[in-house]
Design a protein around this ligand. Sequence first.
Ligand code: NAD
Length: 471
Amino acid sequence: MKILDQIYVNGNFVKSTGAERFNTINPATNEKLAEVHLANSNDLDNAVAAAKKAFQTFSKSTREERIDILKNISDVLSRRKKDFIETMVTEYGGTLQFSEASFSNALSTFSSTIEILENFDFERSIGVSKLKLQPVGVVGIITPWNASNSFICSKMATAIAAGCTAVVKPSEMSALQSQVIMEVFHDAGLPPGVFNLVNGFGNTVGTALTSHKDISKISFTGSTVTGKSIARIAVDTMKRVTLELGGKSPNIILADADLATTIPMAVYGAYMNSGQACIAPTRLLVPADKLEQVNHIAKTTAEGIKIGNPLERDTIVGPMVSVKQFERVQNYIRLGIEEGATLLTGGTGKPQGLDSGNFVKATVFTNVSNSMRIAQEEIFGPVLCIIPYKDEDEAIQLANDTAYGLAAYVSAADDKAAERVAAQIDAGRVCINGFSHDPLAPFGGFKQSGIGREYGVYGLEEYLEVKAILN
Ligand code: NAD
């Protein structure tokens, strides 16, 4: 059996010295893949010390040096495409389709960051003052299990562009993927201490990182509950925080939209990453007078979706990452039925013939009221809620009636109408007629979906402190 006991400190692979162990389980079969030896707070202290030392020189590196480093990482990463994707599929059950897209996103983050860095003004002027944008310090990067390496790549690319050094703590459920990404950064030949990676549980190593006096900023992607806890602890040392948290994204289908194309797309969207995506459009808002038509198309689409082995190219919904996550989704499906929503298709239990993995039926509820818990809480599984609205104003009101504000989607034949509605939605990213990605556009949440932005110029500025020099 595989033992994963390496962490990465000061340019070297070293053994973690913690006593805690974690079993890596293949979620498609529930077979044990590896035993992870988790790090402890001493390991973390060593990593932070290395990053702090490296910051003294790396913070003064030139734009060209940083661009070279980003290019090197990108080159090595492109050679490790197969491992990146395979570990994602086996360790976390990401479908091949999603894992390939995740790899492309990870790679594109380096080219887009280079593009920004080439033209970014670290020195500006305002009034009679000169402004200097300097790296914030050592950054603590904490990532979730869904698309772990992709988040590490985007956060590290930005940190490097800013001149920051970092200590990464991925999810304890991502050790196989972390091994690949450590090797990528090692082979890219970074100056020692710029990138460090320490695994561990959130309530031990994660908390130690968040409270560490030598960490200046936390860049976190994960649940809203954990984000709040991080923000509370981080304030004691006045750390800067970027928090990318949960979502319950609305998808508004306007009256003139073509249902034959938009509804299948809406169902596929809700099931992206097997429904385990923060940006998944899980609340489908449709004109009440078209509800029957929508129900018919949504049911047919969901029932035609392939659930199963994530390695098969046509699989859309793979297993839930863990038994715990499977149970959580089952509980929400039961809750939806109890709350009085109409179960259009799917439901509790495993799909036929998929008994050994954490597979959930592709589920659609209709006649959902936006006040129900299934419409308000993040389920993180393949469960779509169809919510009827009577007019455009009500659609906007329902879309915004949520604690979250990460993403939103609007479909319409009339672009102007779609833009009018998009302008009134409280979300960090609103996509019109599709699910496009733009690595140069800022990404982040309104309300309880987070604080701050990632990607693009806005993302880079979050890793910099602004100093005004008055002469
Ligand atoms: P999680 O919050 O449970 O864990 C995320 C990370 O935080 C893990 O590395 C975990 O070990 C660590 N952690 C846990 N408790 C901690 C603590 N007290 N202090 C410091 N670190 C701690 O989230 P998850 O279950 O791994 O991921 C799913 C969640 O992530 C969903 O809510 C999803 O919406 C969110 N997410 C958000 C985005 C985004 O960009 N906004 C992207 C992906 C996922």
